[in-house]
Design a protein around this ligand. Structure first.
Ligand code: NAP
Length: 247
């Protein structure tokens, strides 16, 4: 699909990769962008530009009422970007409780599932697509982010099933595989890191080229992906040495 004249909803649009999506979508001629955030005060500086294409939308992706309400407002969406994410960066065993593991599943798995189910009928009418921000950790387990990686693996599996189910209505579904990126989340991961611009540019280029598959975004991601596909056991074994600090 093309970005020009599209109507986009970006979750977690207030910072990090989500904000970069908004900036790049504006440059590519999106007609309207619902900048969804838990706290819309956090997008106030974006709105200060006076660009009338930006529409703030309160949206906690784990809140079923807010998800339903979003679909009553954003009835013209042609591209849904499930970007919001949470990572505790803790071990599956060493984490003091299972609370963060549950939050990761709520934000990274159930949130995108709820939004996709809610917006699928809108996308059936308007055409277009869905971008799900996954992670290279959707493919490779990392003990220092054990439960986050598991939530992103669930997200990848879901992404593939959704693509198959929505194929009949012509919805393009992209899942983004990226390594550590220079945001608040990525700051907890080792350097070097991708720039959010590189991740977003590669993703939107793939969308506009008609890709209906996973996209490996960023040069560093492609290097890791090639090494992983050449010898999955070797790369997985290397990652399994990265234990949580508390372990
Ligand atoms: N950075 C990386 O290294 C990296 C690599 C690969 C993939 N990813 C994925 O890319 C996406 C964006 O990550 P990022 O690096 O930009 O992270 P980030 O800087 O930590 O930003 C996370 C965003 O998600 C929002 N969010 C968290 N919980 C939410 C909820 N319940 N409802 C709505 N919004 C919520 C945050 O809003 P608040 O400001 O309200 O907290 C924030 O806008 C995530 O899905 C992440 O898993 C990141």
């Amino acid at each position: 699909m093309k970005i020009e004249n599209s109507v986009v909803l970006v979750t977690g649009a207030n910072r990090g990769i989500g904000r970069t999506f908004v900036e790049e979508l504006l440059k590519r001629g999106a007609a309207k962008i619902y900048v969804a955030a838990r706290d819309t005060a956090a997008v106030a500086d974006l709105l200060k530009s006076g660009d009338r294409r930006l529409v703030p939308l309160p949206l906690d992706v784990t809140d079923p009422y807010q998800v339903a309400a979003a679909a009553t407002v954003a009835t013209d969406v042609t591209l849904l970007i499930n970007n919001a994410g949470f990572a505790a960066f803790d071990g599956a065993i060493s984490a003091p409780t299972m609370d963060d593991a549950r939050t990761e599943m709520e934000v990274n798995y159930f949130g995108p599932l709820a939004l996709t189910r809610t917006f699928a009928p809108i996308l059936a009418k308007t055409g277009g697509g869905i971008i799900n921000m996954l992670s290279m950790l959707s493919l490779i387990s990392l003990p220092m982010a054990g439960t986050y990686a598991a939530s992103k693996a669930a997200g990848l599996s879901l992404n593939r099933s959704i693509r198959a189910e929505l194929g009949a209505q012509g919805t393009q579904v992209i899942g983004v595989l990226a390594v550590q990126t220079d945001t608040a989340m990525g700051a907890k991961l080792p350097e070097p890191r991708l720039s959010p611009v590189e991740v977003v540019t590669d993703t939107l280029d793939a969308l506009e080229a008609g890709t209906n598959d996973e996209v490996v975004a960023g040069g560093q991601s492609r290097g890791i992906y090639q090494a992983f596909t050449a010898d999955p056991q070797k790369i997985q074994a290397m990652m399994l040495t990265r234990l949580p600090k508390r372990a």
